[in-house]
Write a protein that binds this ligand. Structure first.
Ligand SMILES: Nc1ncnc2c1ncn2[C@@H]1O[C@H](COP(=O)(O)OP(=O)(O)OP(=O)(O)O)[C@@H](O)[C@H]1O
Length: 321
């Protein structure tokens, strides 16, 4: 294991922000800490980085107890949402900084920084200043700088959080590819479930200071531990006292085994997806269907259809504790 967090508790004043948190981060993995705002993600990342000390519990990094080590002795690199670059230094010097203060030979610095700038696709920006870069380029520079000193662990706190949606998407793909090239154990914080699913190989769902579930993106999406995780990981709708993914609802014209009648209230086309809003008794629900289904059933408001979970669905009782 690259990182072992054991029974960590942390309170600020009377607020418990981490409540008996234990996680294992496998060497070379790309792990997302995912959860709602205020759930304790940043605090956990800062505890791993050594920027916060846990009240109780331990942090082991690469087999060594790091609980009481200062950040600079943990061999971790980090990047935050609003990355503070040295404004008066070129991109090259920003990336070289950590190596210069470690007094590495000039030749080594030059070749390492050149390699890193290639890796983050900034080789032609070496002589610019941070103010002359876009937000996405600045974050890539920040990653190159964090990687320069060859950390064992890379910690990213919403590194793309401040960027617009399009750039965020590009950087996600880029981060995944970068990780496939360098394999440095990486933990990143996000509140965006799509980002976590797309980028991470392991997701730790953290809410109310507690680990709610750990698993692969498919695990947490398809086998959520509880209704909270199911709701947080993707869209849900309620069918017969159970939560179901809206794309796991089958619609038919006639009665079917295990089906219930529903009234179509609205048919909304969202590009490729079609959202069919339903009323089942008093209960509102919705199904995500294909254009083919809409055409086959000639779906329109006021129509009665019969709905049931598809064979692939894994309905979860709403009241599961
Ligand atoms: N230094 C601090 N002093 C007091 N309270 C703090 C401090 N840092 C964090 N908190 C509180 O701890 C709780 C968890 O914060 P944290 O930043 O870890 O959550 P988060 O899951 O990262 O949320 P976000 O996505 O909004 O950053 C919040 O209620 C926050 O207000």
């Amino acid at each position: 294991m690259a990182i072992e967090v054991r029974n960590v508790n942390k309170s600020f004043g009377t607020t418990r922000v981490l409540d008996d948190v234990s996680i294992d981060v496998a060497s070379g993995s790309l792990t997302a800490l995912l959860g709602p705002s205020g759930g304790g993600k940043s605090t956990l990342l800062r505890v791993i980085a050594g920027l916060e000390t846990p009240d109780t519990g331990t942090v082991v990094i690469s087999g060594a107890d790091a609980t009481h080590l200062p950040p600079q002795r943990r061999n971790v690199g980090f990047v935050f949402q609003h990355y503070a670059a040295f404004k008066h230094m070129t991109v090259f010097r920003n990336v070289a900084f950590g190596l210069e203060i470690r007094k590495r030979p000039k030749d080594e610095i030059r070749s390492r920084v050149t390699d890193l700038l290639k890796l983050v696709h900034l080789e032609s920006f070496a002589d610019r200043y941070p103010a002359q870069l876009s937000g996405g380029q600045r974050q890539r520079m920040a990653l190159a700088r964090a990687l320069a000193v060859e950390p064992q662990v890379l910690l990213l706190d919403e590194p793309f959080g401040a960027l617009d949606a399009q750039v965020r998407k590009e950087l996600r793909t880029w981060l995944r590819r970068l990780h496939d090239e360098v394999h440095v154990t990486t933990v990143f914080v996000t509140h965006d479930q799509e980002e976590a699913i797309e980028v991470a190989d392991t997701i730790v769902v953290l809410a109310d200071g507690q680990v709610k579930q750990v698993g692969s993106p498919a695990d947490v999406y398809d086998h959520p531990a509880d209704p909270f995780v199911m709701r947080f990981l993707g869209p849900v709708t309620e069918l017969d006292g159970h939560l179901v993914r809206p794309h796991d609802i089958d619609l038919g014209a006639g009665p079917v085994d295990g089906g219930v009648p529903a009234t179509v209230t609205r048919v909304v086309r969202l590009g490729f997806e079609i959202r069919v809003e339903l009323l089942i008794g008093e209960q509102e629900a919705w199904a995500q269907v294909t254009r083919g289904t809409v055409e086959d059933l000639d779906l329109h408001p006021g129509q009665t259809v019969h709905v049931r979970p598809s064979p692939a669905a894994r309905p979860l009782a709403v009241s599961t504790p």
